[in-house]
Design a protein around this ligand. Structure first.
Ligand SMILES: NC(=O)N[C@@H](O)C(=O)O
Ligand code: NI
Length: 164
């Protein structure tokens, strides 16, 4: 029996503020372009690119579903850049993040994005890898390429349990 249980909470910009930004057209600054044929939802998140020869990468991640309860054994962070995930399908997914305490993740939080929400995880922020539930889903991912090592992993001595 473990006391290392994590509950799932709804994703809000306020709750996520210390980990990055929520990508959400709702409430965003927007304006018509292209003779009014397109609405631009502008500047939704802050892409961070650090280190040498940094450049933005645009990729598609096709995530396979995990089952709940989820045994969380690892979080990671990208010291040289942010990482954004925006669903291309109707996805049921989780965003797992943590604060940092002198190099150790602490204060784990598990968020469930609403439909039409994505996230931009700020540079050097501890997070779980893409965690999709129920059915596979594709995500547009914007993160950092370039020189240097942009991945640091933390393996928990004892896993956390993410429960519905
Ligand atoms: N490894 C990789 O590109 N993906 C992870 O960084 C992740 O956060 O899913
Ligand atoms: Ni990552």
């Amino acid at each position: 029996m473990t006391d290392r249980i994590l509950a799932i909470e709804p994703l809000t910009a306020e709750a996520f503020a210390s980990f990055g930004q929520v990508i959400d057209a709702a409430g965003a600054h927007h304006y018509p372009i292209n003779n009014g044929m397109t609405e631009r939802y502008h500047d939704l998140a802050r892409v961070e690119l650090g280190g040498v020869h940094a450049r933005p990468l645009i990729s598609i991640f096709h995530g396979q579903p995990y089952a709940l309860p989820l045994s969380l054994k690892l979080v990671e962070r990208h010291p040289l850049g942010s990482q954004a995930f925006y669903p291309l399908d109707d996805a049921n997914w989780l965003v797992i993040v943590a604060e940092d305490d002198h190099g150790t993740p602490t204060g784990l939080r598990v968020f469930r994005p609403a439909p039409d929400q994505g996230v931009n995880i700020a540079m050097n922020t501890w997070h779980g890898v893409l965690t999709v539930l129920e059915r596979s889903a594709r995500f547009l991912v914007v993160d950092r390429g370039g020189d240097g090592v942009n991945l640091e992993e933390h393996h928990f001595a004892e896993p956390w349990l993410v429960k519905a």
